[in-house]
Design a protein around this ligand. Structure first.
Ligand code: TEU
Length: 610
């Protein structure tokens, strides 16, 4: 049997499985969660003051997005000191208190590990750029210029960066280019250099593990090993200077060696500290398996991006030119990753939001009316809560937070990626492209998920003091539609109340929902998402029926009956475990074959009379 990469069951939460499979994770974006000192930015004391809210919701592990010292050009994903806390977020002592406060509540805390690149203001980079002979020169990736036939200086390759523009920036002082897959202010570290790797392990990982954090969400985990021959990428967009080039720097030749080294030298010695890697540009199960197969001793789990990227025009050029897609495509991605685990020793994640994407209810649900908003937010809860893998929620998902109102202009968008694409469209002078980019941003921009958290209906939604100007504008829905925690706490049947119930059921029926085998029914259907989850040992089953449309849908007209789909045997009956409908809306749902608009239901097989 494979030597399982397990955490010890220190807490005795689960039997033979590591705790993080059944645990519910919750991502906190510190700038936008809760401001305790009235400067318009969320902070760590604010987070500490709401840990009981998270515990009460059913959260087991908090993932805190970067709170390190940073010029904040990419909201802390540009770190200038890994061992200091950004002033507006608090102090080292606050993080120590946060760790202790999580542990006191039997919760865990993981930090964001951003080590593909640093800020250009990190002392390592300042040294590296100071001269060609500096000992840290080789800690970053430097290359001489090329020249075109007219003698103009051009970058070493034609690679396009994530935030638009080339992946190379010229350094006047030392007359070479440095590589950056993201912004020019985010130079890539050179993982080929062993002393650079050792500094990463020591200064960014062991430092925090020694203080008691339980592991890391590992940013851009598959981009540390680049091709070292630096070829040009093939031309995908003729006439463009910079081309998509992920195959040149993603899942590179030494990537598994580097990750295994990190696991062996750092994570394993710290009681197998938790690792969840961000694995973009890697859509094939065969590519993902080596990262998460327990026998390989690399990562506990990863975020795979096929579903979260739906609607984008690819990861690079044209990302924000919105591409509509049918529900069947979304379902196919889910089915691929639900069945990925079968017959392997791997594990996976379940998520539909994070700080890099629009809100799920606005993308996959329906915000055209209050009723549809509520129904679709709950249907999304039921969908996520019944899928196999470790569940990750993003702050505000549990109250159904939405994208910015469509009427808000570009001035409300702050993200460097949004700016890069918008400015590129403007520079093209093409009005159609500008309009289409703006439309895409309205659905997909990273900004939407970064709006202040909606705690109550007061002037700044309880995120910060009423007279403070928050760093991003508060969504009108906090006041106008009662979309806030306070209002939803007073209503057991709210989206928040529903999430709590779903998370409880997820644990109670963990064998089905967290670990069960997934069987897809009606895969081609463009309105209903229907699947069976089956307990591997008990043979117990759940039938999940989700209406992803604003019309009533009948199962019967599709030839499906609940008892048959559930595989009820003699002496068994199908029982409704949960529906997204409010009590007063349930009249007449005895006919189990009809689903209301944006309604989700789960049936379970029970022994008759039990
Ligand atoms: O994102 C890495 C990344 O490449 C993406 O998947 C991201 O969604 C990007 O917007 C794609 O265009 C991580 C962080 O999550 C993101 O916030 C950072 O901006 C990025 O790394 C750079 O550190």
């Amino acid at each position: 049997m494979a030597d399982q990469l397990h955490h010890d069951n220190q807490d005795g939460w689960v039997g033979k499985e590591p705790y993080w499979k059944d645990a519910v994770f919750y991502q906190v974006y510190p700038a936008s969660f809760k401001d305790s000192n009235g400067d318009g930015w969320g902070d760590i004391p604010g987070l500490i003051s709401e840990l009981d809210y998270l515990r009460d919701l059913g959260v087991d592990v908090v993932w805190l997005s970067p709170m390190f010292e940073s010029p904040q050009k990419d909201m802390g994903y540009d770190i200038s000191d890994y061992q200091a806390v950004y002033d507006r977020y608090g102090t080292l002592a606050d993080v120590d208190t946060l760790i202790a406060s999580c542990h006191d509540r039997n919760m865990k805390l993981i930090l964001d590990l951003v080590v593909n690149h640093t800020s250009d203001e990190h002392p390592w980079f300042k040294e590296s750029r100071s001269s060609k002979t500096n000992p840290k020169r080789d800690w970053y990736i430097w290359k001489p210029a090329r020249y075109d036939p007219d003698g103009n200086r051009i970058p070493p390759t034609n690679w396009r960066s994530y935030f638009a523009g080339p992946t190379w920036t010229w350094d006047d002082n030392t007359q070479e280019y440095y590589l950056h897959l993201y912004g020019s202010f985010q130079p890539d570290l050179n993982w080929e250099n062993p002393s650079c790797r050792e500094a990463i392990y020591q200064d960014t990982m062991r430092f925090w593990l020694d203080r008691g954090v339980d592991g890391f969400r590992i940013d851009t985990v598959n981009k540390y090993s680049k091709r070292t021959d630096f070829p040009d990428a093939p031309i995908t967009f003729p006439g463009q200077p910079n081309q998509p080039a992920a195959e040149m720097w993603c899942n590179g030749p030494r990537i598994h060696e580097f990750i295994r080294e990190m696991q062996e030298k750092v994570l394993t010695p710290y009681n197998h500290a938790l690792s969840v890697g961000e694995l973009s540009n890697t859509p094939l199960p065969s590519q993902v398996l080596p990262y998460v197969s327990a026998a390989n001793r690399e990562l506990d789990m990863v975020f795979e991006f096929s579903m979260i990227r739906l609607g984008t025009g690819g990861a690079f050029h044209g990302k924000y030119l919105y591409q509509p897609y049918p529900l069947s495509e979304l379902k196919a991605h889910v089915a691929t990753w639900q069945t990925f685990l079968e017959g392997t020793d791997a594990w996976h994640t379940v998520f539909c939001e994070n700080h890099d994407n629009g809100r799920a209810v606005s993308r996959f649900g329906d915000t055209s009316s209050h009723k549809n908003w509520e129904g679709s937010a709950k249907t999304i809860a039921l969908w996520q809560g019944t899928l196999t893998g470790t569940l990750f929620l993003y702050q505000g998902q549990e109250i159904g937070m939405m994208n910015m109102p469509r009427g808000w202009g570009i001035e409300e968008y702050k993200d460097c990626e949004s700016m890069g694409f918008y400015e590129e469209a403007v520079a093209s002078g093409d009005q159609d492209r500008i309009a289409k980019t703006m439309d895409g941003l309205r659905i997909l921009a990273r900004d939407h998920s970064r709006l202040p958290f909606q705690w109550d209906g007061s002037a700044n939604a309880g995120f910060t003091g009423e007279n403070v100007v928050p760093w991003m504008r508060v969504h009108d829905s906090a006041f106008e539609d009662g979309l806030n925690v306070k209002a939803q706490k007073e209503d057991e049947e709210s989206v928040l109340g529903f999430y709590k119930t779903v998370l409880k059921l997820r644990k109670e029926y963990g064998e089905l929902f967290v670990h069960g085998a997934f069987r897809h029914l009606l895969p081609e259907d463009e309105a209903l998402f229907v699947y069976v989850k089956e307990g591997v040992e008990s043979g117990r089953r759940a039938l999940v029926v989700l209406n992803f449309s604003a019309e009533e849908q009948a199962l019967s007209s599709r030839g499906v009956t609940v008892a048959r789909a559930l595989g009820c045997e003699e002496g068994e009956e199908a029982r409704l475990l949960i529906t997204t409908l409010r009590e007063r809306e349930r009249l007449g749902i005895e006919s189990p074959e009809r689903l209301r608009p944006w309604e989700g239901r789960v049936y379970v097989n029970f022994a008759e009379g039990a």
